[in-house]
Design a protein around this ligand. Structure first.
Ligand code: PLP
Length: 393
């Protein structure tokens, strides 16, 4: 027999909808445009990809740009175009999405990690020179959360030591350095259009190159090494892969680009509210480190706090569980790369890069996306502050 249904004495408060840590904004014009592509009879790489590349090149000051099906293969291909391979070393950060160093292994080279600056959370440029050896071929820095690495110092270092630079700008599309758009200058610049990024092509990415010779080689690596000439000519000279973007994806990307500036302005507006609320007298003592309060260079790809583990009685996983229970999504970007099993097998160990390890254990991405409202930020800060205050030493 089933238990009698007893109505609750107090009606339950309707739960607020779950707030994810990020969510893409796709407009109806783009959705209609995708339907058009699907009906057009040509859905893989074609005119939409060409149009997307042209717009991206325009955005990057006219530099050659090629689109690919991820922001991972863009970096792998940049390394190949730069001639990086077995016997070479590439200097990079241990605090990034693992793609950043996986691509170095993929081309047969060795990642050389340099610890982070705990304030910017990006590679510490002061430590790069000590890591350079005769085998060093390139530097592969990351703009974590969209905050750009100092491009003047980066490119001066590369020039001094004759190194190539592959900027992993996956997160910094729309960021600037001294007023110049990331992507409009430098050596290789790689962007990602994964759905979590500031603009998306579902999956996808693009690579900014220096000249048409490099772009032609990148095209070969993009699709089986194939070069076509005339009506029936085909040649293959390099081992290429299968990295081409579809027209469906390119159409999504084309529909996103006109919104980039407005999306990023909205992100900055929301971030100002985060800073305002996290800096009130009541919240100033919270056991967390805030990001750099930059409102000129960064595109605010993410809003990340670093929990101060030494001041808390609970670990990050429990903070995440409690936020989740409050209907708030959060994520970790990222655990330190060198402590993954693959990297430990290659010789790295705990203590190698203590600042990246601390950040890797304690960094937390809280919700930030253009469709959020002030009330959402208020809700996140109230939940986070409540959790931390209940568990601070
Ligand atoms: C997203 C991202 C990538 C990879 O991009 P995909 O398009 O997912 O392949 C690489 N590096 C960083 C720092 C990223 O955030």
């Amino acid at each position: 027999m089933s238990a009698p249904l007893i109505p609750p004495a107090v009606p339950a408060k309707p739960a607020l909808p779950f707030l994810p840590f990020t969510r893409p904004s796709i407009d109806e014009e783009t959705i209609a445009g995708v339907a058009e592509v699907l009906r057009s009879g040509w859905i893989t790489s074609g005119p939409q990809v060409k149009a997307f590349e042209a717009k991206l090149s325009e955005y990057c000051g006219g530099r050659p740009v090629r689109a690919f099906n991820s922001g991972t293969c863009t970096m792998e291909i940049a390394l190949r175009v730069a001639g990086v391979g077995p016997g070479h070393e590439v200097i990079t950060t241990p605090l990034s999405w693992v793609a950043t160093s996986n691509v170095i292994l993929e081309v047969g080279a060795k990642p050389v990690f340099v610890d982070i600056d705990p304030v910017t959370r990006n590679i510490d440029l002061n430590r790069i020179e000590a890591a350079i050896t005769p085998r060093t071929k390139a530097i592969l820095p990351v703009d974590l959360a969209g905050l750009p690495v100092d491009r003047d110092r980066l490119h001066a270092l590369a020039k001094k030591h004759q190194l190539r630079v592959i900027e992993d700008a996956a997160q910094s599309f729309g960021s600037t350095w001294q007023g110049k758009r990331i992507g409009s200058f430098g050596d290789f610049v790689s962007f990602s259009f994964h759905p979590n990024k500031n603009v998306t092509s579902i999956e996808g990415g693009c690579l900014v190159l220096n000249n048409e010779r490099e772009a032609a080689l990148a095209e070969q690596y993009r699709l089986q090494g194939v070069v076509r000439t005339g009506y029936d000519g085909m040649e293959v000279e390099v081992v290429g892969g299968k990295f081409n973007l579809t027209d469906v994806a390119a159409r999504v990307g084309l529909g996103q680009l006109p919104h980039l500036d407005a999306f990023n302005a909205k992100r900055a507006e929301l971030v100002k509210i985060y800073f305002e609320l996290l800096n009130t007298p009541a919240n100033r003592g919270l056991a967390l480190q805030l990001p750099v309060a930059d409102f000129t260079a960064t595109n605010w790809h993410m809003f990340q706090v670093v929990l101060q583990e030494e001041r808390l009685t609970i670990k990050r996983a429990r903070v995440m569980e409690l936020l989740q229970a409050a209907g708030i999504g959060c994520q970790v970007h990222y655990p330190a790369i060198h402590l993954f099993a693959l990297y430990r097998r290659l010789g790295w160990k705990d203590g190698d890069y203590p600042l990246a390890e601390y950040a890797g254990r304690n960094i937390l991405t809280i919700p930030l996306f253009p469709a959020m409202a002030r009330a959402d930020v208020v809700r996140v800060v109230a939940a986070l502050a409540g959790i931390l205050k209940a568990h601070q030493k």
